[in-house]
Design a protein around this ligand. Structure first.
Ligand code: 3H9
Length: 692
């Protein structure tokens, strides 16, 4: 064995040279890896005893892409293109031996090998789009030449990880070898190649699949049309499409040039910076400074969920999907039956779409035990309460759980606003109590806000973070305060949205501005979807807010066809003349002088207070880091990832500008806009939230 450098070595086994990479955690293409690869291949090519070369990786995966941590820094060592040229022009067959995930630049390296051999558990993809980029090392030009234009479009714009079997079927992999026997399998494959003595072919020279799409621009126009909604606001998907289009219409080297140009443009733009921030933010959120990795974990083998409504049902599905048995509790038989029925229907709908088999549905349902008896939770390791959002009710439930639950069981509340410490105080074991705040629909939304109480034990926190991962959530640890991180900031936006419609805007103006900013819907469309009458009591109503007036007029939202908007039979929203009149009358009664409000003001009035509130949350220590707040908003509220989350966006705008905006609004509208001390300090010191 010859060590090429500290991450690469070359072993010659008979007539096969085996290049091995070992650069944890994911063998990303750092300067050292590129250097090692180039050196190893040059040496193997120069060695006349070596007739074929196998490239394999140690650790959990083949190369998972370029080293994202190097982006934006000055490049050292050979470029990836130089490395690829050496491999692609090798005068001997090169076999990439793939396990784990072969992604991005990793797949682009594999695509300059002559063959790709993988184990059944391997997956392949070009996920650059997810960090606002496109494959910048020939991926958009080589992939369509292997899998055809349609599949390439799908892969580069979704970043999907294609499983080995499908990759084999589409020609991306040439052979699948036994799990655990990759090295021997790849060497054996190389020997067969040598024995067959076929001429070496490079993917760049294979044009049949791209030629098949030439003169068919509709492939691209239809793809754009079909995905317009999904790609809204994002730059990278369109650039990826243009590159694949170039693979069809331009010679290979011209296509490469365009790919390079568009890659560099994306790389230097704010969207990719934001999406890379979001990538690392999500991983960072998993780290809790005062809860070390070796904190004991409480085994969670059985879960109890109290409440079989929309929330309780959705929460239960997460655990059933992960193969963890759930006992679900409701007080009334009909509600229990309805809740269980909804879970079954959800699964059956997924099965109808082909994403689950009938057997999968039954397997999940068999893990669910419906019950009307709280005592049945006695053997659960984790109990999540999802009952009505009222402190007295929560306290009563926790008091009972305290008597029923086994010692050490985690007692969690799904509350979205209430004080976890007060809830915990209704038990004799506050150290076991934690908030697990799911977002609706709980089986779909990725965010899990984990609320730490004053006395919550570290093992309860560590276990909750881990269970979040097990059920496929992005878990973010937050502190105990009204509304925690997400809803506390949301309240700022909602307040301003309501003020703006009194001062001069209409609900559809506010919604349009926030939708165009990239949010899935504006606050008024969202209220209509949720129902205007949530928390509205007909017995106590007094026309004191626009919302109350609308409820009094039986405008309850989408469900009865009228809320802030009028809805047609297809639930398409139209601005409502009736609502406009309500707003104008209301403003007049309050003697509010309405004025023209610009889109820019709408945006700043709604979003600056959120950034400011985020800063307060940080200064109070209710979030560990600003990027956690971004992770909450991207994954729980559909904040556009290409702006990086509210805190990152605030920095993109400029914290000085946000502060100046807050001060100006404070002067006009009062102390709702009082800037946070942290914001003032950071601006004075010329720092960002990272330095907070
Ligand atoms: C690219 O390739 C551009 C080229 O086309 C053009 C070049 C010219 N770089 O996710 P995990 C770290 S763009 C640096 O928790 P998992 C990650 O931060 C790239 N670091 O593990 C974490 O660190 P820490 C295209 C990376 O098993 C640790 O590895 N490729 C990179 O759940 C473990 O990660 C991608 O976009 C990286 N590329 O999932 C792939 N990747 O422990 C991005 C990971 O300090 N990566 N790290 O927190 C992934 O999708 C997942 O990490 C992967 C493993 C599926 C590989």
């Amino acid at each position: 064995m010859t060590a090429i450098n500290n991450v690469t070595d070359l072993t010659v086994e008979g007539d096969i040279g085996v290049v091995t990479l070992n650069s944890p955690p994911v063998n990303a293409l750092s300067a050292a890896v590129r250097e090692g690869l180039k050196g190893a291949f040059e040496q193997a090519i120069a060695d006349s005893a070596v007739k074929a070369i196998v490239l394999i990786c140690d650790g959990k995966t083949f190369i998972a892409g370029a080293d994202i941590t190097e982006f934006g820094k000055a490049m050292t060592g050979p470029s990836l293109q130089e490395v690829q040229n050496v491999i692609e022009n090798a005068p001997k067959p090169v076999v990439a031996a793939i396990h784990g995930t072969v992604l991005g630049g990793g797949l682009e390296v594999a695509l300059v090998a002559h063959y790709r051999v993988a184990v059944p558990s391997a997956k392949a993809g070009l996920p650059e789009v997810n960090i606002g980029l496109l494959p910048g090392a020939g991926g958009t030009q080589r992939l369509p030449r292997v899998v055809g234009v349609e599949k390439a479009l799908e892969m580069v714009t979704t970043g999907q990880h294609v499983p080995a079997k499908a990759a084999l079927a589409m020609g991306l992999f040439d052979s699948i070898v036994e799990e655990g026997a990759l090295r021997d399998g790849a060497i054996a494959f190389a020997r067969v190649v040598l024995a067959e003595d076929k001429p070496l072919t490079r993917i760049r020279d294979q044009n049949a699949k791209v030629e098949a799409a030439r003169g068919k621009p509709e492939i691209f126009s239809e793809f754009r049309k079909a995905n317009a909604r999904k790609f809204r606001g994002f730059k990278a998907p369109e650039y990826n499409i243009q590159c694949v289009e170039a693979s069809v219409n331009l010679p290979f080297d011209e296509g490469l040039k365009l790919e390079r140009k568009l890659f560099m443009e994306l790389m230097s733009g704010s969207q990719s910076a934001a999406q890379r921030h979001a990538f690392f933010a999500e991983r960072q959120a998993a780290k809790v400074p005062d809860v070390p990795d070796d904190t004991p974990i409480i085994p969670v083998r059985k879960v109890g969920v109290i409440g079989a409504g929309t929330m309780g049902g959705g929460i239960s599905m997460n655990f059933l999907n992960a193969g963890i048995p759930v006992t679900i509790i409701e007080a009334k038989a009909e509600n229990l039956d309805r809740g269980v029925g909804v879970i079954r229907r959800n699964y059956e709908n997924t099965a109808k779409k082909g994403r689950l088999t009938e057997a999968d549905v039954e397997k999940r349902m068999a893990l669910l035990t419906p019950s009307m008896n709280l005592e049945d939770l006695a053997d659960c390791d984790l109990i999540i309460e999802a009952v009505f959002e009222l402190m007295e009710i929560k306290q009563e439930v926790f008091g009972k759980l305290d008597r029923i639950a086994k010692p050490g069981a985690i007692l969690a509340s799904n509350t979205s606003y209430l004080d976890i410490d007060v809830i915990a105080a209704s038990t004799s074991r506050p150290e076991s109590v934690i908030g697990l705040h799911f977002f609706s629909p709980a089986n779909v939304m990725r965010l899990l806000e984990i609320v730490r109480g004053a006395k919550t034990d570290k093992s309860v926190i560590a276990t909750s973070m881990q269970i979040g991962k097990t059920i496929g959530k992005v878990a973010v640890l937050v502190g105990n305060c009204h509304g925690f991180v997400g809803n506390r900031m949301l309240a700022q936006r909602q307040r301003e949205a309501m003020s703006l419609i009194l001062e001069g805007a209409m609900p559809w103006d506010v919604d349009r501005v926030l939708y165009d900013f990239g949010l899935p819907m504006g606050p008024f469309a969202m209220s209509d979807l949720a129902g205007l009458d949530i928390g509205w009591d007909p017995a106590k109503t007094s026309s004191s807010t626009i919302r109350e007036v609308l409820c009094e007029m039986d405008r309850r939202g989408q469900k009865n066809g009228k809320g802030f908007y009028d809805y047609d039979e297809n639930r398409v929203a139209k601005p409502s003349a009736e609502v406009e009149k309500v707003i104008l009358d209301f403003a007049e009664k309050r003697q509010i002088q309405r004025r023209q409000i610009s889109d820019q003001e709408i945006l700043e009035r709604c979003l600056y207070p959120m950034v400011n509130e985020g800063a307060k949350i940080l200064e109070e220590g209710k979030a560990i880091r600003a990027s956690d707040i971004d992770t909450v908003w991207i994954n729980g509220y559909g904040w556009p990832v290409y702006t990086g989350g509210p805190m990152f966006w605030g920095e993109l705008v400029g914290l000085d500008k946000v502060l100046a905006g807050m001060k100006a609004f404070q002067e006009q509208h009062g102390d709702d806009f009082k800037p946070s001390a942290l914001l003032e300090r950071l601006v004075a010191e010329g720092k960002g939230f990272k330095d907070a």
